[in-house]
Design a protein around this ligand. Structure first.
Ligand code: HEC
Length: 106
């Protein structure tokens, strides 16, 4: 495995583990605060679409193909037109917790 594959596997495991409820709530809150600061120039986070090319976070949360592992891989190495924002592993973990909290209940 390459370094980036190891990182993806480790982060996805953290994002998927049930863990402690409070730690999960903290991750969601921190991910939301970070997303509002960093992602809203393109993505609709808490408001309507900003940049037509960028999917809303609710749409991402409801797409079954966007698993924690796929989202982690994307945030480590996004493709154009999304810029590489050089996120830390903690930022990525919190952002994924936040995005996944937006999923519409079945
Ligand atoms: C400069 C604009 C811009 C910023 C800032 C930006 N994105 Fe994106 N993002 C995009 C665009 C455009 C796409 C669609 C790329 C495509 O479909 O090819 C995208 C796609 C995505 C996807 C979907 C990837 C997939 O598998 O299809 C995720 C998840 C995502 N962005 C998360 C984030 C997060 C989290 C942040 C903030 C840390 C962020 N983006 C900041 C423009 C941006």
């Amino acid at each position: 495995m390459t370094r980036s594959q190891i990182l993806i596997a480790a982060l996805a495991a953290t994002a998927m583990s049930a863990g402690n409820v409070h730690a999960q709530e903290d991750a969601v809150a921190m991910g939301k605060a970070f997303a509002l600061e960093t992602c809203t120039s393109c993505h609709a986070v808490a408001i309507d679409a900003v940049n037509d090319a960028a999917p809303t976070f609710i749409a991402i949360a409801n797409d079954p193909e966007k698993t924690a592992q796929n989202l982690t891989a994307w945030l480590i190495e996004p493709h154009p037109p999304m810029p590489n924002l050089s996120l830390t592993t903690l930022e990525i973990r919190n952002l994924i917790a936040y995005i996944r909290s937006l999923k519409t209940p079945d």
